[in-house]
Design a protein around this ligand. Structure first.
Ligand code: NDP
Length: 484
C-alpha cells in the first residue's frame, strides 16, 4: 500500500446524504488500517450552523460502532461557511488552526459533495482565500455529475483550472472504484488468451446493461431536470464501454490508462439519433409490487417527458472495432438490479452437427458475461454435447464469483478515497475524457427525441426490439454461484 501523508480531509456538503452514507463510512474503514488513523483529520463544511459535536453525533449515527467515540472526538471537526457561503475567511483560519494544532504539513483534500450548481463557485472561493496554496499538496475532488452538457463541462473545467492543475483534480465516477471494473483491466491485460479474441474478427457485439428496479425515489428534483442520459449514460456506462474497448496501455499508470480511454471516445462515431431509444416507465409490477408511473411519482410534473430509459449503439471507428456495435442499455423500473457487460463472440462459421431430422444443428455463440452486480464475477457460456444418442448441444457456463474466492469486496468509495489521499489518479476522470464524453452525447440532449413508454417491470420500450434487433431481450443469464 502506498504510504499515507498526514493531511486534512475537508468535506464540503458535510451535512448531506453522500457524506453520511458513503464518505464517513469509507474514511472510517480506511482509518482502521494500521497507520492511517493518526494521519487523517476530517473537517466537515456546510452552510448549516452545526458544532463539532453535532457532526460527531451524525458520524456516530452513520457508523454505528460503539468504539467510535474516541476517534470522532479526536479526528472530526465542523465549520459553517454561513447561510450565504460568505465565511470562507473563517474557514481558512480554521483549516490553519487545525493544521497547527495537529502538526499537519499543509496537505489538504477538498471533497466537494455539493449540489453540482455550486462546484464552480466553491472552487473559486477556495482559491480566493488561498486555501489551495499551502506548504503541502492540495487536491480537489468533484462528485458527479461534471457539467450538464459539453459547454457547461468546459466552463467548469476552465474555472477549476484557474485554481488547481489537472494533476490536483479528482473527478469521481464511483463505478471506477468498483473492484470488478478494475478487474476488467486485469482480465483483459493479465490474460493473454483473451487479447487475440478481443477484436472485430471474433466479437460480434458487446452489450452493456445497467438495470435497476427502483424508481426515481426522493431524487425527482434533480432527476427530472437531468434525465437518464445525463445521470447514467454519459458517465457510468461510458466508463464501462471505454474500459472494454480501449487498447492495451503501455503501463498501469494513470496517464497511460486515461490516455487510451480518451482515444476510444475520440474514435467513437457520432451517434445516429434514429437508433436511440428513450423510454419512460408507466405503472406496472416490479418484484411482485404494483408501482406507479414515473409521472405519478412525488415531485415529478404530470406532463414530464424526461427519459428514465436509454438504449443506443456506439461504434468505434478504429482497426480493432470497426463494425462492432456496443449497445448501451440502462433504465429505472426494469425487472432486476443488474450491471453487466456481455461480450458476444461470433458463431462457429459452419455447423457440422446435424439434428435427428437431418438439418443443421443450432450452435449458440460463446458469450462472456462480466457481472458487476449483483454477485460480481465472470461467466463464459460455451457449448457441450448433451449426453445420450444423437448430437444435441446445450449451453453451459464456466463461472467465477468474487466473493467465493476473496470474501466481501470493499466499497467503491473506500478504494477511491484511498487513491485520493495517496495521489493516484488512475481511477479518476481526466478533463479531456469528460469533454470527449459530453461531445458524444450533447447532440442527443438537443434532439428532442421521442420518449416511448414502457411498463414498469419490463425490459424497456418495444421500440428497442425494432431498432436494435440483434440485441438480447434482457440481461444475459449469469450464474449466481453457490454463495449468492
Ligand atoms: P445532499 O442534498 O444530501 O447534500 C448536499 C450538501 O451540500 C449538504 O451538506 C448541504 O448542506 C450542502 N449545500 C447545499 N446547497 C449548498 C450551497 N448553495 N452552498 C454550499 N453548500 C450547499 O446531496 P448528496 O449528499 O446526496 O449529494 C452530494 C453530491 O454528491 C451531489 O453532487 C450528488 O450528485 C453527488 N452524488 C451523491 C450520491 C448519493 O448517493 N447521495 C451518489 C453519487 C453522487 P447545507 O444546506 O448545510 O449547506
Amino acid at each position: 500500500m502506498a504510504p499515507i501523508d498526514p493531511h486534512l480531509f475537508v468535506i464540503f456538503g458535510a451535512t448531506g446524504d453522500l457524506t453520511k452514507r458513503k464518505l464517513l463510512p469509507a474514511l472510517y474503514h480506511l482509518m482502521q488500517e494500521a497507520g492511517v488513523a493518526e494521519q487523517c483529520y476530517i473537517l466537515g463544511v456546510a452552510r448549516s450552523e452545526w458544532s463539532d459535536d453535532d457532526f460527531r453525533a451524525e458520524a456516530r449515527d452513520a457508523l454505528a460502532d460503539e468504539e467510535l467515540g474516541h476517534w470522532c472526538d479526536e479526528h472530526l471537526f465542523y465549520q459553517s461557511i454561513g447561510s450565504n457561503s460568505q465565511r470562507y475567511d473563517a474557514l481558512r483560519d480554521r483549516v490553519e488552526a487545525l493544521e497547527a494544532a495537529h502538526d499537519l504539513p499543509g496537505n489538504r483534500v477538498f471533497y466537494l459533495s455539493l449540489p453540482p450548481a455550486v462546484y464552480g463557485d466553491t472552487v473559486e472561493a477556495i482559491g480566493e482565500v488561498g486555501l489551495n496554496a499551502s506548504d503541502g499538496w492540495t487536491r480537489v475532488v468533484i462528485e458527479k455529475p461534471f457539467g450538464h452538457d459539453l459547454a457547461s463541462a468546459q466552463q467548469l473545467n476552465e474555472r477549476i483550472h484557474r485554481h488547481f492543475s489537472e494533476d490536483e483534480i479528482y473527478r469521481i465516477d464511483h463505478y471506477l472504484g468498483k473492484e470488478t471494473v478494475q478487474n476488467l483491466l486485469a482480465f483483459r491485460f493479465g490474460n493473454a488468451i483473451f487479447e487475440s479474441l478481443w477484436n472485430r474478427d471474433r466479437i460480434e457485439r458487446v452489450e452493456v446493461t445497467v438495470a435497476e428496479p427502483l424508481g426515481v425515489g426522493t431524487r425527482a428534483g434533480y432527476y427530472d431536470d437531468a434525465g437518464h442520459l445525463r445521470d447514467m449514460v454519459q458517465n457510468h456506462l461510458t466508463q464501462l464501454f471505454t474500459l472494454v474497448a480501449m487498447e492495451p496501455p503501455a503501463t498501469f499508470g494513470a496517464d497511460a490508462i486515461r490516455g487510451e480511454k480518451v482515444k476510444v471516445l475520440r474514435a467513437t462515431r457520432a451517434i445516429d439519433k434514429s437508433q436511440v431509444v428513450f423510454g419512460q416507465y408507466d405503472a406496472g409490477t416490479v418484484a411482485d409490487e404494483e408501482v406507479p408511473a414515473y409521472r405519478a411519482e412525488d415531485g415529478v410534473p404530470d406532463d414530464s417527458d424526461t427519459e428514465t430509459f436509454v438504449a443506443l449503439p456506439l461504434y468505434v471507428d478504429n482497426w480493432r472495432w470497426q463494425g462492432v456495435p456496443f449497445y448501451l442499455r440502462t433504465g429505472k423500473r426494469l425487472p432486476e438490479k443488474r450491471t453487466q457487460i456481455a461480450v458476444h463472440f461470433r458463431c462457429a462459421p459452419v455447423s457440422i452437427f446435424e439434428t435427428e431430422t437431418g438439418g443443421a444443428c443450432d450452435v449458440n455463440p460463446n458469450v462472456l458475461v462480466i457481472t458487476l452486480q449483483p454477485n460480481e464475477g465472470f461467466d463464459l457460456h460455451f457449448e457441450v454435447k448433451k449426453p445420450g444418442d444423437g448430437m444435441q448441444l446445450a449451453t453451459q457456463r464456466l463461472d467465477f464469483r468474487y466473493k467465493d474466492a476473496f470474501g466481501p469486496i470493499p466499497d467503491a468509495y473506500s478504494t477511491l478515497i484511498r487513491d485520493i489521499i495517496t495521489g493516484d489518479q488512475t481511477l479518476f476522470v481526466h478533463s479531456d475524457e469528460v469533454e470527449a464524453s459530453w461531445r458524444l452525447y450533447t447532440p442527443l440532449l438537443a434532439a428532442d427525441l421521442p420518449v416511448h413508454t414502457y411498463p414498469a417491470g419490463s425490459w424497456g420500450p418495444e421500440a428497442v426490439a425494432q431498432l436494435l434487433p440483434r440485441w438480447t431481450n434482457g440481461a444475459v443469464p449469469a450464474s449466481e454461484g453457490a454463495a449468492a
